[in-house]
Structures are given as structure tokens and as C-alpha cells.
Design a protein around this ligand. Sequence first.
Ligand code: AMP
Ligand code: ZN
Length: 124
Amino acid sequence: MTTAKQLSDPSCLFCKIAAGNIPSRKVYDDDELYAFHDIAPWAPVHFLIIPRMHIASMASLDDSHSQLMGRIMTLAPRLALQEGCEPYPTGGFRIVCNNGAQGGQEVHHLHVHVMGGPRPWSRG
Ligand code: AMP
Ligand code: ZN
């Protein structure tokens, strides 16, 4: 069982990606956040934004994570444009954050999907 404050989980796929131990196609990084292209995109643009620290899901959040989550949400529109999403309102993007098995979460390191680009998409 992992805790909300855990910095890294050695068995976690996205911790390994954030550390550079598993290759990924980088979109953005800084000391708190990492963004990379989804390996199985649903849309012409589909990348993930993750905190570098291991947080299993939004269910693990507390008030100490407010600034971090705010940074993810304000970074998303900037990176969406950078990666080729067309501008709002005619373009735009979709944000998805799956939490828990019934929420469709497969990788248990908090991540926000950012999807966009011309339709149709393969999913979503
Ligand atoms: P979720 O169902 O919200 O947990 O989504 C996990 C996402 O991670 C899926 O969209 C996968 O395609 C993506 N994914 C899994 N492994 C990798 C990987 N090695 N590199 C990039 N994306 C991945
Ligand atoms: Zn992790």
C-alpha cells in the first residue's frame, strides 16, 4: 500500500518514467511535474501530465496538494496548444483523470490525460 506522501514507488511505471528509467516521449518537465505522450493515443494529441512524486490517485489528495494540482490544471492548456491542439473555442481539448478501478484507472500514479486535435478520435 502506498501513501499520499511517498516520493517514489520503485514498482510504479510512472515513477520509473518520471525518473527516466523507462523511455517516454517528453512533452514538458520541471522539478514537480512531468508530461509525456500516451503510448496508445485516443486522439491526434494525447499526452499525460503527472506529478513527479508518487500519488496513487486523486483519492489520495489532501490540502497539501492544492498548489500541485493547480499547476497541472494551468499547465494543461499551455501544453495542449504547444502540442498542436487548436485554440479554444473552435479547437480545444479534453481533460480526463481516471480514479480507481471503477473509474477506469489502470496505472496507479495520478495522471491527467490531455486529448485534442481534429475529430474523429479513435476513442473518447
Ligand atoms: P489510465 O487508464 O487512466 O490509468 O491510463 C493509463 C494510460 O497510460 C493509458 O492511456 C496508457 O496508454 C498509458 N500508458 C501505459 N504505459 C505507458 C507508457 N509506457 N508510456 C506512455 N503511456 C503509457
Ligand atoms: Zn508512481
